[in-house]
Design a binder for this molecule. Structure first.
Ligand SMILES: Nc1ncnc2c1ncn2[C@@H]1O[C@H](COP(=O)(O)OP(=O)(O)OP(=O)(O)O)[C@@H](O)[C@H]1O
Ligand SMILES: [Mg+2]
Length: 337
């Protein structure tokens, strides 16, 4: 069964919006995880007088969402439209934009509730040019009585020091499996998704603490196959099935190079790249899904890491993986002597 949400008239409706947007939390209470960060924002929302903020952390963890929720609860839905300027990486954020658009907005007169400020949301701020960031320093200071800035970024070190020193830094972490699961279950219920336990586990496994990725995988699997189970999730996410990788590692632990090589050839024959295989190898060994002595696990992680580096550097041939398997077998064989 293929689920379809499209309207028959061809006019986009609420049903056509991707689930990540449809289920973007409106209220701070719906944001899962990162309790400490969200709590800080909640205090700001209650007290008003928002400081300039930098929200920094991995993708899909709720930074943009949190800023929007904060602005909404500080200003209310009506004032939001007038008193918030949103700029993201798809807008040009060159020096001119900072000089004109942001400055004009900062100078604009808006009726605000007491102890509230206009808010400039600069999403993906780490992709702003350094000249544009420099120009913001003064604007931040000159208009600080009326306008505050909220910057979201993946890497706070790409924000120039003077801006960092003008902002309070709020750090976001990857979400835990339990946190991802809470939200996925809510969405599954609202969308009547047919799912299996191992299907949801596979989504958690492939999404690596990224809620956007998890929700997208859920939607793609459900709409592509009608049921969310492990096999379908791995097809959609286009990652090697961890069970296949566990078999490869299992053979290495037996010191059986031929069997592990046979499994690897089978995987490569299915079209996976060396990068796909090495990433899953690394995840499987680190997760401890395959029983092995601690010394072996440590050495496996080291060898896999070295090989990952070579592959990322561009030496992207199957031979690298075969050499890796040989090295892993050797670790076991020499330890037995
Ligand atoms: N903590 C969360 N709680 C609930 N939903 C979340 C959370 N984090 C992300 N999401 C979901 O993922 C989508 C993307 O989140 P958001 O845009 O806030 O991520 P981000 O941290 O800004 O990522 P990026 O660094 O890539 O910009 C949201 O629309 C929402 O559906
Ligand atoms: Mg964002």
């Amino acid at each position: 069964m293929i689920a379809s949400n499209s309207s028959s008239s061809g006019v986009p409706t609420e049903m056509d919006r991707p689930w990540v947007e449809r289920y973007r939390p409106i209220d701070m209470d719906d944001i899962v995880g990162n309790e400490e960060a969200v709590m800080r924002l909640r205090v700001i929302a209650e007290e008003g007088n928002m400081p300039n903020l930098i929200l920094s952390g991995p993708p899909g963890t709720g930074k943009t969402t949190s800023i929007m929720c904060l602005a909404r609860s500080l200003l209310g839905k009506e004032v939001y439209k007038e008193a918030v300027l949103e700029l993201n990486a798809s807008d040009e954020r060159t020096l001119d934009v900072v000089r004109n658009k942001i400055k004009q907005f900062a100078q604009k007169k808006v009726n605000l509730p007491p102890n509230r400020h206009k808010i400039v949301i600069l999403d993906e701020a780490d992709s702003m040019t350094s000249a544009a960031q420099q120009a913001m320093r003064r604007i931040m200071e000159i208009y600080s009585s009326t306008t505050r800035f909220a910057l979201a970024c993946n890497d706070s070190s790409k924000i120039i020091e003077p801006i960092q020193s003008r902002c309070a830094l709020v750090r976001y972490k990857r979400l835990t499996d339990a946190e991802l699961l809470t939200r996925l279950i809510v969405i599954c219920e609202l969308e009547h998704v047919q799912k299996t336990e191992d299907g949801l586990e596979s989504i958690l496994y492939t999404s690596d603490g990224d809620m956007r990725n998890a929700i997208n995988s859920l939607q793609a699997t459900y709409q592509g196959f009608g049921i969310v189970n492990a096999t379908n999730v791995f097809k959609v996410c286009d990652q090697p099935h961890p069970v296949a990788i566990q078999t490869i590692i299992g053979s290495c632990i037996q010191g059986d190079l031929m069997s592990s090589q046979k499994e690897l050839t089978k995987l490569m024959g299915e079209g996976y790249s060396s990068q796909d295989v090495i990433s899953t190898l690394s995840k499987v060994v680190r997760s401890g899904a395959v029983q092995m002595p601690e010394y072996a696990q440590l050495q496996f992680i080291k060898e896999i890491g070295d090989c990952h580096l070579r592959i990322s550097d561009g030496v992207d041939t199957p031979l690298q993986l075969t050499a890796l398997l040989a090295r892993l077998c050797k670790i076991i064989i020499t330890s037995k002597k």
